[in-house]
Design a protein around this ligand. Structure first.
Ligand SMILES: *[C@@H]1O[C@H](CO)[C@@H](O)[C@H](O)[C@H]1NC(C)=O
Ligand SMILES: *[C@@H]1O[C@H](CO)[C@@H](O)[C@H](O)[C@H]1NC(C)=O
Length: 311
């Protein structure tokens, strides 16, 4: 029926005469459409009918749920005011990721013998990279393993990542004994064991061939021989323990408590209690000056301490 088949035309005509049931034919010039987001997407649908000059044209978005795109001469849903049709070919304007998916053009020519025909078009909406989210620790201890992460969830197709240190690109190592690894697909830069030379300003670039690549803001990572924060925290905790237990010990000693008592386990249970508990106990012992004194269980809280007292 096209020019290319002119040689076969007599045969086709003959066939037409023998059996008039030539189905409505529907086709597309492009079954896979890829466009960048916020641009126009043309979903082509060509049809040829036997004799029905005005077949019914319908477009549906298929997939998990089927919804109408073009039905009864009108665009439906979110396409109502951002789509146009020429013949059966539809143009969607300003497409977003939401519009990506499978579409089906259905032609029904009720006057034709075989009245239904359809064609499918897949729309892929490409999304350029957004500024990636970068996880870069501000400090790490020499010799420790460190991971730097870079991620851009939205880009279509998924972005690949490259890392920069002090604005210079870090090459992906190819030898097995490199001190670091870069996975350009997951965006992870991993140091097996950091050294002071690894200190620097790190940043990461996400690209996917759509639009321009995007870089996250660089962050400084400092490698220290000791973890200063942890050391300060440990020192403070130790000081606190010394002060709390030391005070308790001195007071107990002054009351002749430690020598008279079996000592050690009592001493430990006192240390486990907070400062106010030991001082409470001390007040009581001061009052009675009796080792075997058991405070009356006023509150359940107190009762518990009495238990350890007896150990
Ligand atoms: C279009 O896709 C549907 C599934 O969604 C399938 O059943 C149908 O056969 C396809 N039609 C064509 C012409 O490929
Ligand atoms: C890797 O190790 C081999 C031998 O163990 C050594 O010759 C080579 O220089 C090392 N490469 C790097 C980059 O350290």
């Amino acid at each position: 029926m096209m020019e290319g088949t002119s040689l076969c035309l007599p045969v086709v005509v003959l066939l037409l005469h023998c059996s008039p049931s030539v189905p409505v034919t529907v086709s597309t010039t492009k079954s896979k459409v890829e466009v960048e987001e916020f641009s126009d997407a043309v979903l082509s649908c060509l049809f040829h009918t036997e004799k029905d000059p005005f077949p019914r044209i319908e477009w549906k978005k298929t997939g998990k749920d089927v919804s109408f795109v073009f039905f009864n001469g009108q665009f439906r849903g979110s396409f109502e005011d951002r789509a146009s049709i020429a013949g059966a070919t539809v143009t969607l304007h300003k497409v977003t990721q939401e519009d990506a998916g499978e579409y089906r053009c259905e032609i029904s020519a009720s006057l034709d013998t075989v009245s239904l025909g359809e064609t499918n078009v897949t729309l892929k909406v490409l999304v350029p990279p957004h500024t990636p989210f970068c996880e870069i620790p501000t400090s790490a201890v020499t010799g420790s393993g460190v991971q730097l992460r870079c991620r851009d969830q939205q880009s279509v197709p998924p972005a690949t990542y490259s890392w920069f240190k002090d604005s210079r690109r870090i090459s992906v190592p190819h030898h097995a004994n490199a001190t670091y690894l870069i996975n350009s697909h997951t965006g992870i830069l991993e140091f097996k064991s950091v050294t002071k030379e690894d200190s620097g300003r790190y940043s990461c670039l996400a690209s996917n061939g759509v639009g321009s690549p995007k870089m996250c803001e660089g962050k400084h990572m400092t490698i220290e021989d000791v973890n200063v924060t942890a050391v300060v925290a440990v020192v403070m905790v130790v000081c606190l323990l010394v002060v709390v237990c030391g005070c308790g010990g001195v007071l107990l000693h002054r009351n002749g408590f430690l020598t008279r008592h079996r000592g050690r386990s009592f001493w430990i249970s006192q240390c486990h209690g907070a400062a106010h508990i030991s001082s409470q106990t001390l007040h009581r012992t001061e009052d009675t000056s009796n080792v075997n004194y058991i405070p009356p269980p006023q509150e359940p809280q107190d009762f518990k301490h009495t238990q350890s007292f007896m150990l």
